[in-house]
Design a protein around this ligand. Sequence first.
Ligand code: WQD
Length: 338
Amino acid sequence: MSKGKILVTGGTGYIGSHTVVDLLENGFDVVSADNYHNSTASVLDGIEAITGVRIVNHNIDLADQAATAKLFEEHRFDGAIHFAAFKSVGESVEQPLEYYRNNLNSMMNVMDGLQRQGSSNLVFSSSCSVYGNADELPVRETTPRKTAESPYARTKQMGEDILYDFCAHHRDFKAILLRYFNPAGAHPSGKIGESAANPASNLVPVITEVGAGKRDKLTVFGNDYDTRDGSCVRDYIHVSDLAHAHTLAVEALLGETGTENPALYNLGIGEGLTVLEVINAFEKVSGKTLNYEIGPRRAGDVIAVYADRSKATRELKWEPQYDVEDIMRTAWAWEEKR
Ligand code: WQD
């Protein structure tokens, strides 16, 4: 028997597709809405190969209010996970209006759709980038947000604020906000992973592309920071661990007893690793020597950020299963397959 019908927006995207798999494996029915802006329909084959289920994807633009309203006329959802968004920090600086229009309208349309059909239960994808250069490490959910470093990060701050305002008025609308740290790796089956649609700019895919000879070398953005080895510190979280947290969040919403609404959780492993440590992990699991050089600092980088994840572990019973070597092993297997 199905535990409920969940709308996953951005269901063919990187985190979305891994979450669809986890939801299906945990007894939920899933409908996806994704316009393939940053993915392809072939992801549906990967999901089917892992789970045996061919999910339906609605190829619509969620920023289009009429199209989104129609989706909610066709289905009655027990809840929604809203991943669909533009996510490139650099691009957001060049195209701020596109980012605000897309990321905020889509979110409001999904909230509207749920509310109009009398259901609630929304999981919203936020980001550790809302913390900016935080005053304390590890960051806790109560650590104050600082000025966003990019329009992308600001859309996440604004998305959070909109949800708080909405829930304050609609007391029966339940929501969970999840702040992701640095998602990386691929499904252990090797059948889904990060999309190759755009040239990679995040650390882990850049490393695997250099390892595969698709690009010459990796530039480490700075080794003169006040950290263990001078390179920046981040909290790398395996995408399948991140995905499972969404299933737990949906289960918590459906069986909700808590009082905090929206409830807010950090999703990181809780450990900071430097860029050089991530490179070492790659070299260890691949047996390759990575061609890298030390370059200048990258504008907008925070020095160090990693999560206190005790709240998600305590309340959602979330325990990450994978470490950085698993991340590099699965990311490398995915790269070699591509
Ligand atoms: C990680 C570290 C770089 C590439 C961003 C967003 C965040 C989230 C994830 C989600 C940094 C260093 C990187 C390279 C390097 N977005 N690096 N050489 O900037 O922590 O987070 O992506 O959608 O919201 O802000 O991730 O992977 O770009 O960088 O040295 O070629 O690797 O300086 O320290 P970041 P990243």
